[in-house]
Design a protein around this ligand. Structure first.
Ligand code: GLY
Length: 376
């Protein structure tokens, strides 16, 4: 597969999107070829900024850099004004924006914004239950003791903050949260719950459940993908073998349950058949996670070659059958992503995180550029 040709085509789309995606940010496309734009109200704004940084890193186009710098300034204002940040997705938002700028350019102001974001995320730590609360205010009756698997991708911001500041508290809490996720979100057959509830008063485990999956005990494919990549990143920062083993096992489960065309449906427990919505973003995230895992395995480990093959197959399937390939009519890269099929929200659309992870996968495959989850 010619990954470089695919990257060049994404650049065409990104360049065409620049004039429209300035003040506002793309989230999902809602049944049209264009993205709906929103004003810093979601967990997703970092993905567009991440696309800009990846594209700039690859092509060095000053117009793309300018758009990325402007977007980081907008993210900085949001943090200063503490707008719509009462959730754990601060890691997604600031790893791919301010932290990315620091990683690429060693910009001190961007580093400061990313560290301030880490401090904001730390406010979601709940001492009694020893976890980062995903959603809602402290003490919230439904969400107070709730973790979700997606949070594993927010933890790298905290691990990084410890590296940067020398203060161990960020990484200690991130490690505890990752271990809790490993014990309670991952099931014995290597599938996963989307969410898990703990008693806020005692910290006792209560039950697994779902928010975006088919049912409480099903495996939401994007959640499984967050786990693959998130545990691989937890391993990178902690070097605890159990995180790497868990990432590998979750990856094997993901691949073993894929349909024939190698791109995931939205949940592994819905009928895997024609007409069921896909989640192309889950496959893009899983491919990045598999490439991350492979980087931690020795060259003679047979698992490593399997993971590399699976990641390539996944990226190839997306490129051949889901990619818009620079079509000027379409603002996204990957068709057939789903936000929440269960909630009836964009069950079959462009989703901006799918585009980000697709581009990250292409760049990993073409030139080993890994995204902005950690220092290089
Ligand atoms: N982190 C939210 C989602 O994956 O939809």
């Amino acid at each position: 597969m010619n990954w470089q040709a695919a990257i060049e085509r994404t650049l065409r789309t990104t360049t065409a999107n620049l004039p429209r995606f300035t003040e506002k940010f793309p989230l999902v496309s809602k049944g049209t070829p264009k993205y709906e734009l929103e004003d810093q109200t979601s967990w997703t704004e970092g993905f567009w900024v991440g696309i800009l940084w990846l594209s700039y890193e690859y092509g060095r186009d000053p117009a793309i850099r300018e758009a990325a710098v402007d977007a980081v300034a907008s993210m900085k204002r949001r943090l200063e004004q503490n707008r719509q940040l009462d959730h754990h997705d601060i890691g997604f938002l600031y790893s791919l924006s301010a932290k990315a700028q620091w990683i690429l350019e060693k910009d001190e102001q961007a580093r400061g914004v990313a560290l301030q974001a880490a401090d904001t995320l730390m406010k979601r730590w709940r001492e009694t239950s020893q976890l980062f609360q995903a959603w809602g205010p402290e003490g919230d009756p439904d969400n107070g003791g709730r973790i979700i698997i997606d949070c594993l991708m927010n933890l790298p911001l905290l691990f990084w903050a410890t590296e940067q500041t020398g203060n161990p508290i960020y990484a200690e809490r991130a490690r505890i949260h990752a271990e809790k996720s490993r014990r309670f979100l991952v099931r014995g057959d290597d599938s996963s719950y989307h969410t898990f509830y703990f008693d806020q008063e005692t910290g006792d485990s209560v039950r697994g459940g779902t928010h975006q999956g088919f049912r409480d005990g099903s495996t939401w494919t994007r959640g499984q993908a967050w786990g693959i990549y998130g545990f691989a990143l937890a391993y990178r920062y902690t070097q605890e073998p159990s995180f790497l083993e868990t990432a590998v096992r979750m990856a094997r489960y993901f691949v073993a349950h894929l349909p024939e065309d190698d791109v995931a449906y939205w949940d592994f427990d819905v009928p895997q058949q024609e007409g069921t919505p896909r989640d192309s973003s889950a496959s893009a995230i899983a491919a990045c996670g598999m490439l991350e895992i492979a980087g931690h395995l020795s060259a003679d480990d047979p698992e490593r070659q399997d993971l590399l093959d699976w990641a390539q197959r996944s990226a190839a399937a997306l490129t051949e059958r889901y990619f818009t390939a620079g079509n000027p009519e379409e603002e996204g890269f990957l068709r057939h992503g789903s936000y929440s099929v269960r909630g009836g929200v964009s069950p079959d659309d462009f989703v901006i995180w799918g585009d980000y992870f697709y581009l990250e996968a292409l760049l990993r495959l073409h030139q080993g550029t890994p995204g902005y989850w950690y220092e290089r």
